[in-house]
Ligand binder design. Sequence first.
Ligand SMILES: [Zn+2]
Length: 295
Amino acid sequence: MTLHLAHTPGFTGSPLERLDHLRDDAEALFALQVEPSAQLLALDGLVPLLDVGGDRLRWLPLASVPAGVELALLGKIDGAPCFVALDPDTGGSAFSGDIRRMMGLLPATDLATYAAARSLVDWHARHPFCAQCGSPTAIFRAGWARRCAACRSEHFPRTDPVVIMLAEYRGSVLVGRQPRFPAGNYSALAGFVEVGESIEEAVARELFEEAGVRATRVRYIASQPWPFPSSLMIACIAEVDGDAITLDVKELEDAMWVSREDVANAVDNVEGARFRCPPPYAIAHTLLRAWLTGA
Ligand SMILES: [Zn+2]
Protein backbone atom coordinates (compact mmCIF):
# COMPACT_ATOMS: atom_id res chain seq x y z
CA MET A 1 0.00 0.00 0.00
CA THR A 2 1.32 3.42 -0.90
CA LEU A 3 -1.81 5.40 -0.26
CA HIS A 4 0.17 8.49 0.74
CA LEU A 5 1.61 8.84 -2.77
CA ALA A 6 -0.04 10.81 -5.54
CA HIS A 7 1.37 8.33 -8.05
CA THR A 8 1.16 4.56 -7.46
CA PRO A 9 4.41 2.71 -8.20
CA GLY A 10 4.37 0.42 -11.25
CA PHE A 11 4.01 -3.35 -10.82
CA THR A 12 2.09 -2.92 -7.56
CA GLY A 13 -1.58 -3.34 -6.71
CA SER A 14 -2.26 -6.88 -7.90
CA PRO A 15 -5.63 -8.24 -6.76
CA LEU A 16 -3.92 -11.61 -6.24
CA GLU A 17 -4.78 -13.33 -2.97
CA ARG A 18 -1.63 -15.41 -2.52
CA LEU A 19 -3.01 -18.29 -0.40
CA ASP A 20 0.24 -19.00 1.43
CA HIS A 21 -1.67 -21.13 3.96
CA LEU A 22 -2.61 -23.63 1.23
CA ARG A 23 0.80 -24.06 -0.36
CA ASP A 24 1.70 -27.12 1.73
CA ASP A 25 -1.78 -28.64 1.57
CA ALA A 26 -1.80 -31.21 -1.27
CA GLU A 27 -5.52 -31.86 -0.97
CA ALA A 28 -6.41 -28.16 -1.13
CA LEU A 29 -4.07 -27.66 -4.08
CA PHE A 30 -5.70 -30.48 -5.99
CA ALA A 31 -9.14 -29.03 -5.24
CA LEU A 32 -8.00 -25.65 -6.62
CA GLN A 33 -6.66 -27.26 -9.79
CA VAL A 34 -9.93 -29.02 -10.58
CA GLU A 35 -12.14 -26.01 -9.90
CA PRO A 36 -13.97 -25.12 -13.16
CA SER A 37 -12.85 -21.49 -12.79
CA ALA A 38 -9.14 -22.46 -12.47
CA GLN A 39 -7.07 -20.55 -15.02
CA LEU A 40 -3.58 -20.41 -16.43
CA LEU A 41 -1.67 -17.23 -17.27
CA ALA A 42 -0.90 -17.23 -21.01
CA LEU A 43 2.80 -16.55 -21.63
CA ASP A 44 5.01 -16.84 -24.68
CA GLY A 45 8.29 -17.56 -22.94
CA LEU A 46 8.21 -14.75 -20.42
CA VAL A 47 6.19 -12.34 -22.57
CA PRO A 48 2.52 -12.05 -21.60
CA LEU A 49 -0.14 -12.77 -24.21
CA LEU A 50 -3.04 -10.34 -24.32
CA ASP A 51 -6.75 -11.07 -24.34
CA VAL A 52 -8.93 -10.40 -27.39
CA GLY A 53 -9.39 -6.75 -26.41
CA GLY A 54 -5.60 -6.35 -26.49
CA ASP A 55 -5.38 -4.55 -23.17
CA ARG A 56 -5.56 -7.23 -20.44
CA LEU A 57 -3.59 -10.36 -19.54
CA ARG A 58 -4.94 -13.48 -21.22
CA TRP A 59 -6.00 -16.42 -19.04
CA LEU A 60 -6.64 -19.92 -20.40
CA PRO A 61 -8.75 -22.67 -18.79
CA LEU A 62 -6.41 -24.71 -16.59
CA ALA A 63 -8.00 -27.86 -18.02
CA SER A 64 -6.29 -27.04 -21.35
CA VAL A 65 -2.81 -27.61 -19.88
CA PRO A 66 -1.16 -30.84 -21.09
CA ALA A 67 -0.36 -33.47 -18.47
CA GLY A 68 3.14 -33.30 -17.06
CA VAL A 69 3.48 -29.51 -17.13
CA GLU A 70 4.64 -28.23 -13.76
CA LEU A 71 2.47 -25.50 -12.29
CA ALA A 72 2.89 -22.81 -9.67
CA LEU A 73 -0.13 -21.51 -7.81
CA LEU A 74 -0.16 -17.73 -8.10
CA GLY A 75 -3.24 -17.41 -5.89
CA LYS A 76 -6.83 -16.38 -6.46
CA ILE A 77 -8.21 -13.43 -8.39
CA ASP A 78 -11.93 -12.73 -7.90
CA GLY A 79 -12.30 -16.25 -6.51
CA ALA A 80 -10.67 -17.99 -9.49
CA PRO A 81 -7.54 -20.06 -8.77
CA CYS A 82 -4.71 -18.72 -10.95
CA PHE A 83 -1.71 -20.77 -12.05
CA VAL A 84 1.36 -20.28 -14.20
CA ALA A 85 3.24 -23.04 -16.06
CA LEU A 86 6.90 -23.49 -15.18
CA ASP A 87 8.90 -23.68 -18.37
CA PRO A 88 12.52 -24.77 -17.80
CA ASP A 89 13.61 -23.09 -21.04
CA THR A 90 12.55 -19.54 -20.19
CA GLY A 91 15.21 -18.46 -17.68
CA GLY A 92 17.25 -15.32 -18.02
CA SER A 93 15.42 -13.50 -20.80
CA ALA A 94 15.87 -9.77 -20.45
CA PHE A 95 13.72 -6.68 -20.57
CA SER A 96 12.72 -6.51 -24.24
CA GLY A 97 10.89 -4.33 -26.71
CA ASP A 98 7.91 -6.72 -26.51
CA ILE A 99 7.68 -6.19 -22.77
CA ARG A 100 8.02 -2.43 -23.10
CA ARG A 101 5.08 -2.41 -25.53
CA MET A 102 2.94 -4.55 -23.16
CA MET A 103 3.65 -2.19 -20.32
CA GLY A 104 2.02 0.61 -22.22
CA LEU A 105 -1.12 -1.48 -22.83
CA LEU A 106 -1.84 -3.36 -19.60
CA PRO A 107 -3.49 -1.83 -16.53
CA ALA A 108 -1.26 -1.50 -13.46
CA THR A 109 -3.05 -4.31 -11.63
CA ASP A 110 -2.35 -6.76 -14.48
CA LEU A 111 1.28 -5.65 -14.64
CA ALA A 112 1.58 -6.38 -10.92
CA THR A 113 0.18 -9.91 -11.33
CA TYR A 114 2.48 -10.43 -14.30
CA ALA A 115 5.49 -9.27 -12.27
CA ALA A 116 4.91 -11.98 -9.66
CA ALA A 117 4.39 -14.68 -12.29
CA ARG A 118 7.36 -13.64 -14.38
CA SER A 119 9.85 -13.54 -11.51
CA LEU A 120 8.61 -16.91 -10.28
CA VAL A 121 8.82 -18.67 -13.67
CA ASP A 122 12.22 -17.17 -14.35
CA TRP A 123 13.58 -18.18 -10.93
CA HIS A 124 12.49 -21.81 -11.36
CA ALA A 125 14.09 -22.00 -14.79
CA ARG A 126 17.40 -20.71 -13.41
CA HIS A 127 17.50 -22.91 -10.30
CA PRO A 128 17.26 -26.53 -11.41
CA PHE A 129 20.25 -27.45 -9.21
CA CYS A 130 21.01 -27.08 -5.53
CA ALA A 131 23.38 -24.21 -4.66
CA GLN A 132 24.53 -26.26 -1.65
CA CYS A 133 25.48 -29.59 -3.24
CA GLY A 134 24.76 -29.39 -6.98
CA SER A 135 22.06 -32.08 -7.06
CA PRO A 136 18.77 -31.54 -8.90
CA THR A 137 16.06 -29.61 -7.06
CA ALA A 138 12.31 -30.15 -7.27
CA ILE A 139 9.37 -27.81 -6.90
CA PHE A 140 7.52 -27.68 -3.57
CA ARG A 141 5.21 -25.31 -1.65
CA ALA A 142 2.99 -24.98 -4.76
CA GLY A 143 5.81 -23.40 -6.73
CA TRP A 144 7.05 -20.95 -4.09
CA ALA A 145 10.19 -22.95 -3.28
CA ARG A 146 12.46 -25.74 -4.51
CA ARG A 147 14.01 -28.51 -2.44
CA CYS A 148 17.13 -30.55 -3.07
CA ALA A 149 16.48 -34.28 -3.39
CA ALA A 150 19.95 -35.12 -1.99
CA CYS A 151 20.69 -32.74 0.91
CA ARG A 152 17.11 -31.49 1.52
CA SER A 153 18.18 -27.83 1.36
CA GLU A 154 15.26 -25.52 0.68
CA HIS A 155 15.62 -22.69 -1.82
CA PHE A 156 13.26 -19.74 -2.16
CA PRO A 157 12.67 -17.25 -4.98
CA ARG A 158 15.15 -14.47 -4.50
CA THR A 159 14.48 -10.75 -4.38
CA ASP A 160 17.43 -8.45 -4.96
CA PRO A 161 17.10 -5.08 -3.21
CA VAL A 162 18.14 -2.06 -5.24
CA VAL A 163 18.22 1.47 -3.85
CA ILE A 164 17.20 4.26 -6.21
CA MET A 165 17.53 7.78 -4.93
CA LEU A 166 17.48 11.50 -5.46
CA ALA A 167 20.11 13.55 -3.71
CA GLU A 168 18.52 16.82 -2.55
CA TYR A 169 20.35 20.10 -1.94
CA ARG A 170 18.87 23.58 -1.56
CA GLY A 171 15.67 22.87 -3.49
CA SER A 172 17.24 20.88 -6.33
CA VAL A 173 17.72 17.17 -6.91
CA LEU A 174 20.43 15.23 -8.67
CA VAL A 175 19.71 13.14 -11.78
CA GLY A 176 22.19 11.23 -13.90
CA ARG A 177 22.41 9.41 -17.19
CA GLN A 178 24.11 6.20 -18.22
CA PRO A 179 25.58 5.99 -21.73
CA ARG A 180 22.95 3.39 -22.71
CA PHE A 181 20.02 5.77 -22.00
CA PRO A 182 18.19 7.31 -24.97
CA ALA A 183 19.45 10.83 -25.76
CA GLY A 184 18.17 13.42 -23.31
CA ASN A 185 17.05 10.89 -20.68
CA TYR A 186 18.09 11.26 -17.04
CA SER A 187 17.01 9.26 -14.01
CA ALA A 188 17.57 8.86 -10.30
CA LEU A 189 20.87 7.17 -9.38
CA ALA A 190 20.59 3.52 -8.35
CA GLY A 191 22.56 0.50 -7.19
CA PHE A 192 22.24 -2.90 -5.54
CA VAL A 193 22.18 -3.09 -1.75
CA GLU A 194 25.22 -5.10 -0.69
CA VAL A 195 25.31 -7.77 2.00
CA GLY A 196 25.76 -6.30 5.45
CA GLU A 197 24.31 -2.93 4.48
CA SER A 198 21.16 -1.07 5.48
CA ILE A 199 19.03 0.77 2.93
CA GLU A 200 20.29 4.11 4.27
CA GLU A 201 23.92 2.98 4.07
CA ALA A 202 23.47 1.73 0.51
CA VAL A 203 21.92 5.06 -0.53
CA ALA A 204 24.80 7.01 1.01
CA ARG A 205 27.46 4.72 -0.50
CA GLU A 206 25.98 4.79 -4.01
CA LEU A 207 25.59 8.57 -4.02
CA PHE A 208 29.19 9.02 -2.92
CA GLU A 209 30.56 6.41 -5.35
CA GLU A 210 28.65 7.62 -8.39
CA ALA A 211 28.48 11.37 -7.83
CA GLY A 212 30.80 12.21 -4.94
CA VAL A 213 28.01 13.74 -2.81
CA ARG A 214 27.68 12.98 0.91
CA ALA A 215 24.26 12.09 2.37
CA THR A 216 23.40 13.51 5.78
CA ARG A 217 19.83 12.23 6.06
CA VAL A 218 17.93 9.57 4.07
CA ARG A 219 14.16 9.17 3.90
CA TYR A 220 12.22 6.26 2.40
CA ILE A 221 9.56 7.11 -0.18
CA ALA A 222 8.22 3.96 -1.87
CA SER A 223 9.14 0.57 -3.31
CA GLN A 224 8.36 -1.40 -6.45
CA PRO A 225 9.05 -4.90 -7.74
CA TRP A 226 11.05 -4.84 -10.97
CA PRO A 227 10.72 -8.34 -12.45
CA PHE A 228 13.79 -8.27 -14.75
CA PRO A 229 14.55 -10.68 -13.25
CA SER A 230 13.66 -10.10 -9.59
CA SER A 231 14.65 -6.77 -8.08
CA LEU A 232 12.90 -4.79 -5.40
CA MET A 233 13.44 -1.10 -6.10
CA ILE A 234 13.57 0.97 -2.90
CA ALA A 235 13.13 4.67 -3.60
CA CYS A 236 14.60 7.24 -1.23
CA ILE A 237 15.46 10.92 -1.04
CA ALA A 238 18.78 11.85 0.56
CA GLU A 239 19.70 15.30 1.82
CA VAL A 240 23.36 15.96 1.01
CA ASP A 241 25.86 18.48 2.37
CA GLY A 242 26.98 20.12 -0.88
CA ASP A 243 26.39 20.28 -4.61
CA ALA A 244 29.89 19.59 -5.98
CA ILE A 245 29.69 16.53 -8.27
CA THR A 246 32.54 14.07 -8.79
CA LEU A 247 31.28 11.74 -11.48
CA ASP A 248 32.12 8.03 -11.64
CA VAL A 249 32.54 7.88 -15.40
CA LYS A 250 32.38 4.06 -15.41
CA GLU A 251 28.74 4.32 -14.24
CA LEU A 252 27.49 7.67 -15.45
CA GLU A 253 27.97 9.80 -18.51
CA ASP A 254 26.56 12.91 -16.89
CA ALA A 255 24.78 14.12 -13.76
CA MET A 256 23.14 17.46 -13.04
CA TRP A 257 21.11 19.31 -10.44
CA VAL A 258 17.55 20.03 -11.56
CA SER A 259 14.92 22.39 -10.17
CA ARG A 260 11.27 21.77 -9.33
CA GLU A 261 10.31 23.36 -12.64
CA ASP A 262 12.73 21.09 -14.54
CA VAL A 263 11.26 18.01 -12.82
CA ALA A 264 7.65 19.12 -13.34
CA ASN A 265 8.32 19.60 -17.06
CA ALA A 266 10.06 16.21 -17.31
CA VAL A 267 7.34 14.14 -15.59
CA ASP A 268 4.65 15.88 -17.63
CA ASN A 269 6.66 15.36 -20.81
CA VAL A 270 6.53 19.05 -21.69
CA GLU A 271 8.16 20.00 -24.96
CA GLY A 272 11.48 21.73 -24.37
CA ALA A 273 11.88 20.13 -20.91
CA ARG A 274 15.48 20.19 -19.64
CA PHE A 275 15.53 16.37 -19.52
CA ARG A 276 13.34 13.37 -20.23
CA CYS A 277 12.56 11.05 -17.32
CA PRO A 278 11.63 7.34 -17.16
CA PRO A 279 8.00 6.31 -17.90
CA PRO A 280 5.28 6.14 -15.22
CA TYR A 281 5.75 2.39 -14.57
CA ALA A 282 9.37 3.02 -13.45
CA ILE A 283 9.81 4.02 -9.83
CA ALA A 284 12.20 6.83 -10.78
CA HIS A 285 9.10 8.53 -12.22
CA THR A 286 7.16 7.89 -8.99
CA LEU A 287 10.09 9.27 -7.00
CA LEU A 288 10.33 12.48 -9.03
CA ARG A 289 6.58 13.04 -8.70
CA ALA A 290 6.71 12.32 -4.98
CA TRP A 291 9.48 14.89 -4.54
CA LEU A 292 7.39 17.49 -6.39
CA THR A 293 4.49 16.92 -4.01
CA GLY A 294 6.70 17.33 -0.95
CA ALA A 295 7.39 13.70 -0.02
ZN1 LIG B 1 21.54 -30.16 -2.14
